[in-house]
Design a binder for this molecule. Sequence first.
Ligand code: KG4
Length: 330
Amino acid sequence: MLVLGVESSCDETSVAVVKDGKEVLSCFTNTQIKIHEKFGGVVPEVASRHHVYQVSMVFEEALKAAGVTPEEIDLVAVTEGPGLIGSLLVGVNAAKTFSMMYHKPLIGVHHLAGHIYANAIEHEMKFPCIALLVSGGNTELIYMKKHFSFEILGQTLDDAVGEAYDKVARVVGLPYPGGPHVDRLAHEGKDTYHLPRVYLEDGSYNFSFSGLKSAVINLAHNANQRGEEINVNDLCASFQDSVTEVLVRKTLALAKEKGVENIIVAGGVSANKGLKERFMAEAKGFNVCIPSIKYCTDNAAMIAAAGYYQYQEYPGLADLRLNADASLEL
Ligand code: KG4
């Protein structure tokens, strides 16, 4: 089954052709990072305009690279939410237009299901499992008994982990998006600042990163006031140690409580080397799946893969009333 995936929830316009939820024939992504970098974050209106400029070309390139014609596509899967509404609308309308022109069935896919199913491309997803979803907008622990069954057992009470990375990066003068830069510098430094680890009350699987973020901001501010230099590499290492310790230990605690040995890590922050290293070091006896970097951040191959499995579980199709939903629930 050939699925055409379409993703435009934030600042990436991406179209992919994926066979049977696994074999990526093409994944063409036009990123707007360079455009938003100068603003220090994504500007929604600018993002939607650029999706409009790029979307037709991205469809054409993805089909050309896959070597398939529109007539050969079996199913169109598009991110319907959550995300920036103007950005989502571009992808949803492009997918509906394609579906109408070529008489192809259409389904709407949840963006976070997409991140989780990025793992299905390179690994065999085994159930039951715990998914740790870490991105710019989300930090969640999800229990999955089977395909497309999502029970959210923990989430952030304030900042998402990627958001905390981006803010810390900005404070120490690193470009947007800051996560990869903090990750790189963390590997050049040591945990000398001993920042707080926020576990919340006993047995809680929720997260809180705003205190940690404020600790970094205050540290940088106070050093600045006193005319002292901060060691940016050590500060990044200290921040990353605090974040990865809490993420990994809470995930393992939940997996143990549920008696689950399969763990899936997903979302942009799953590209973090420190997080991977800590899972490898501490998750003995667990089967941990993390997508390769190209499938960690937003891309349409993960939407096509999710669309394939969603269609197997829930064959209901969308019609042309399918709409974008900025705050769609999983
Ligand atoms: O999943 P994603 O591409 O977009 C959504 O939020 O849906 O995630 C983007 C986030 C950004 O906050 C970015 O800084 C973070 O993922 N990120 C990382 C790394 N690569 C991307 N954070 C930490 N370490 C990384 N290597």
